[in-house]
Design a protein around this ligand. Structure first.
Ligand code: ADP
Length: 175
């Protein structure tokens, strides 16, 4: 059975990878589907998120990475997937996920949403929080793949360090 695991993955965290690994043991194939949503103003471009996810999941044989826009159920149907995988971290995720799952069921009754819980190690982890911690100069080591940690450092870490030193965003010291 084929499942799609949709999300923004901006960037992928070890929590996402935990869900992908669990899903890959349950389903014949799992397609990680990055939502193309320019309104969310992502930190990483779609191409970069795709590349990063591809590298992070390279060791899992039945996983592929794709992107989509429009209705998720339309995309799942096009792919021939009957299952949507979503991760549930805490009670706070529940209400939104419950609404989405029931709306998707209304849109296509043939497609089931399956919720999976990550290891408790990652149950507080979100892409948003990871970006915030790096922006404020903290370490996210062990929470994201090394490649993501480096990219985050390059993208936002340098700016944060120079702000803490009292400088602006520019390396040449000009305002
Ligand atoms: P979205 O913008 O659709 O919420 P995300 O990339 O933030 O996209 O998350 C995609 C999916 O992964 C969602 O189902 C979300 O609940 C789940 N998820 C995010 N972080 C974690 C985590 N640390 N552990 C388990 N599931 C997670």
């Amino acid at each position: 059975m084929l499942a799609v695991y949709p999300g923004s993955f901006d960037p992928v965290t070890n929590g996402h990878l935990d869900i992908i690994r669990r899903g890959s043991r349950l389903f014949d194939r799992i397609v990680v589907a990055i939502l193309r949503n320019p309104e969310k103003k992502p930190l990483f471009s779609l191409e970069e998120r795709k590349r990063v996810l591809g590298l992070a999941t390279a060791g899992i044989p039945n996983v592929s990475v794709d992107s989509f826009d429009g209705l998720l159920v339309d995309y799942a149907r096009r792919k021939g997937a009957r299952v949507i995988v979503r991760g549930l971290r805490a009670l706070s995720d529940f209400e939104y996920e419950y609404q989405m799952a029931l709306m998707n069921r209304r849109l296509d009754a043939e497609i089931e949403t399956v919720f999976m819980m990550p290891s408790e190690t990652y149950s507080y982890l979100s892409s948003r929080l990871v970006k915030e911690v790096v922006r404020l100069g903290g370490s996210v080591s062990g929470l994201v793949p090394l490649d993501v940690e480096r990219r985050l450092g390059r993208r936002i870490g340098d700016g944060a360090r120079s702000r803490r030193r009292g400088g602006g965003g520019r390396k040449d010291g000009k305002p």
